[in-house]
Design a binder for this molecule. Structure first.
Ligand code: DAH
Length: 338
């Protein structure tokens, strides 16, 4: 019996020695030391022995058990270390490899101009208003004082989806919508957005472009207030040294109406002027159709072409650059105006 125990001990230790991984080690533990393991079972045989041999044999079994347990424990530690080293080897990070490059996008130049103008006017107490691009003839033309047979409609030929609906030709219908929504209360708004015009004559024109409308209605407004707003805008966009020049013009929705030019220094050092936008005092018809008594309230309005501002500000030679999404063009506007 003792010999059998010794043999078991020796083979258990040998197997532990040869085990190659943690699973194999566990199989050995179960084989020898679990409740029904071969060494544990020997304890059950104690009663087959004569009384006087039992204590010695019991002690021997326990010693063998302890020996195998210790061997398993030590081997486990060795195998765990080997496994850890293997994992480290496989998951090694090579810090000398080049990193990934993240490409940073940029805000479209037209959006930059819109944000820039919004910044100015929001600071002056204006709200930003929006309206639908598919617009009713009523708002786009009639409420802007362009009756059905008005000859000025010809300047803004558009795309109709039926007799009454068209792609808006300007952002001015947002004026009409906002006036009705404000129900006779004073207002200050700017309205950026896309507009559409049919244009067969000039391939460098776009059938779709962007505008920003401005409208203020208050008691006691006069032309000097309009001039002040226009000058602030010109200087905000182009620099504090700029001046503006107003030329008489005609729009059906304003009276008087002006064309606004911004000054610049020509190559020969003299001052020149470039046309940038249209403006005027709101026509009494437009005020009354919008629910305001023109004897009590006055208004001024202006309409800016966003592309035109961007072209002048960034010195761009063709409006089509804005829509072709060529990254070589767009990437030049990183950080501009921010
Ligand atoms: N709606 C005009 C256009 O598209 C631009 C314009 C001019 C708007 C004068 C205005 C304004 O509000 O007062 O040509």
């Amino acid at each position: 019996m003792i010999e059998h125990l010794n043999n078991l001990g020796i083979s258990a230790l040998a197997e532990v020695e040869q085990a190659e991984d943690l699973q194999a080690l566990d199989v050995i533990r179960v084989k020898y030391l679990s409740k029904k393991g071969e060494i544990s079972l020997l304890m059950g045989k104690l009663r087959d022995l004569p009384q006087e041999e039992r204590p010695v044999f019991g002690q021997k079994v326990n010693e063998t058990k302890a020996l195998v347990e210790k061997a398993l424990y030590d081997k486990k530690e060795v195998l765990e270390n080997i496994e850890l080293l293997k994992t480290l080897e496989n998951e090694k990070i090579d810090v000398t490899l080049p990193g990934y490059q993240f490409y940073q996008g940029s805000i479209h130049p037209l959006s930059q101009v819109i944000e820039d103008v919004e910044d100015l006017f929001v600071g002056l107490g204006y709200e930003v208003a929006e309206g639908p691009e598919l617009e009713n003839d009523h708002y786009n033309f009639e409420m802007m004082n362009l009756a059905k047979d008005h000859p000025a409609r010809a300047m803004q030929d558009s795309f109709y989806t039926d007799e009454n609906m068209l792609l808006r030709t300007h952002t001015s219908p947002v004026q009409a919508r906002t006036m009705l929504a404000k129900k006779g209360q004073p207002l200050r708004i700017i309205c950026p957005g896309k507009v559409y015009r049919r244009d067969n004559d000039d391939p460098t024109h776009s059938h779709q472009f962007m505008q920003m409308e401005g409208l203020v209605i208050e008691k006691g407004l006069n032309f000097a207030n309009l001039k002040d707003a226009l000058l602030k805008m010109a200087r905000h966009l182009f620099g504090p040294e700029r001046g503006i020049r107003l030329r008489p013009s005609y729009f059906p929705f304003t009276e008087p109406s002006v064309e606004v030019d911004v000054s610049y220094i020509k190559k020969d050092g003299t001052i020149g002027y470039i046309e940038v936008l249209g403006a005027g005092q709101v026509h009494p018809n437009v005020l009354s159709m919008g629910g305001y008594d023109p004897e009590v309230y006055q208004g001024f309005a202006f309409g800016i072409g966003i592309e035109r501002i961007a072209i002048l500000k960034y010195n761009i030679d063709d409006i089509r650059h804005f829509y072709t999404n060529d990254l070589r063009f767009l990437a030049q506007f990183k950080g501009v105006g921010q």
